[in-house]
Design a protein around this ligand. Structure first.
Ligand code: PHE
Length: 330
């Protein structure tokens, strides 16, 4: 019997121990065998053998149970060690894409004006002279039509130089009142630190009955919009000129970099120009055959907004598709 005590002691796994259990306690196991042998013995011997075997049976059972618990505990500890997850480790880097900063900025702008009930219009990038210039009170001799600014095709077709033609397209196809914005790409022959031949604008146009739309309305919504985009900035309106608005203004915000104290970005003025706007010129309404209406319009450059929001120095870097740069804006 002693070899079975050793066998239990030396068992290295739960499986091995189970084999031993069957060999010792099973129907054809050693104990059953030994008990069977008893029938040939005398009565006194029988009693002694039975006593001895029963003692072995219960001590072996004790050994077995103890060993089983030990082995199961060991097995559990090993499993825990092998399947241990260190939640403080950095996970594998996700390579999910993200919106380009220009598109993200455009989305934010559209989000604001959508919430203010402005419909989103797109227009077309290839435009004709009438929509891009003529109807916007930009007559043939106007310097903005200069070959140096505009990409021309044949037959007075061109790449739109601003999103303002979408004002014309919308008014030509809809009756007032109008409340629209037009986000989209525009094109000019320009290339330096702050100009690229393609960039994005968002146009805004509101038209209602004569006398209903005032400069105060325009001022209110643009101030609110600029605070939505840039946070707690000061907003100022400066008289300016656009052929399609009268009066016209350019809108500045207090410099987001130096908070107005004067730095390189704002050329020491404390102000950054971000918008053009004004009351729609009566010549524009005449061109689209609108009568007894009033309205305001505004236009802004999306790249400029993105550069100010993300503090990007060179506009051209936004179009180089450099993943290292773009990843910073995820
Ligand atoms: N279209 C003008 C530009 O490209 C911006 C503008 C739009 C100004 C509407 C006033 C009103 O500079």
């Amino acid at each position: 019997m002693n070899e079975w005590y050793d066998a239990i002691k030396e068992a290295q796994s739960v499986e091995k121990l189970e084999e031993i259990r069957i060999s010792v306690f099973g129907k054809k196991g050693v104990l059953a065998e030994e008990f069977a042998k008893m029938k040939n013995a005398s009565d006194e011997e029988k009693a002694q053998i039975a006593k001895d075997l029963n003692t072995h049976k219960s001590s072996l059972m004790n050994e077995f149970t103890a060993k089983k618990i030990t082995l199961q505990t060991l097995q559990l500890q090993e499993a825990l060690k092998a399947e241990y997850i260190d939640v403080s480790l950095y996970s594998a880097k996700s390579s999910a894409g993200a919106l380009h900063p220009v598109m993200e900025t455009m989305d934010r702008i559209v989000e604001y004006f959508s919430a203010m009930n402005f419909a989103v219009k797109t227009g077309t990038m290839v435009e004709d002279d009438f929509n891009n210039f003529e109807a916007l009170n930009l007559p043939k001799y106007h310097p903005a039509r200069d070959m140096q600014d505009t990409f021309y095709f044949k037959d007075e077709m061109l790449l739109r130089t601003h999103t303002s033609p979408v004002q014309i397209r919308t008014m030509m196809s809809t009756k007032p009142p109008i409340r629209m914005i037009a986000p989209g790409a525009v094109f000019r022959r320009d290339y330096d630190l702050t100009h690229t031949p393609m960039f994005h604008q968002v146009e805004g146009l509101l038209v209602d009955e004569e006398g209903k739309v005032s400069f105060a309305n325009l001022k209110y919504i643009l101030e609110d919009f600029l605070k939505y985009m840039f946070g707690d900035v000061e907003v100022r309106f400066r008289p300016s000129f656009f052929p399609f608005t009268e009066p016209s203004a350019e809108v500045d915000i207090s410099c987001v970099f130096c908070k107005g104290s004067g730095c390189r970005v704002c050329s020491k003025t404390g102000w950054l120009e971000v918008l053009g706007c004004g009351i729609v010129d009566s010549n524009v309404f005449e061109a689209v055959k609108y009568e007894n209406v009033s309205g305001y319009a505004f236009g802004l450059g999306v790249e400029r907004f993105a550069m100010l929001i993300h503090q990007i120095g060179d506009l051209r870097s936004l179009f180089e598709g450099d993943i290292k740069l773009l990843e910073q804006f995820q």
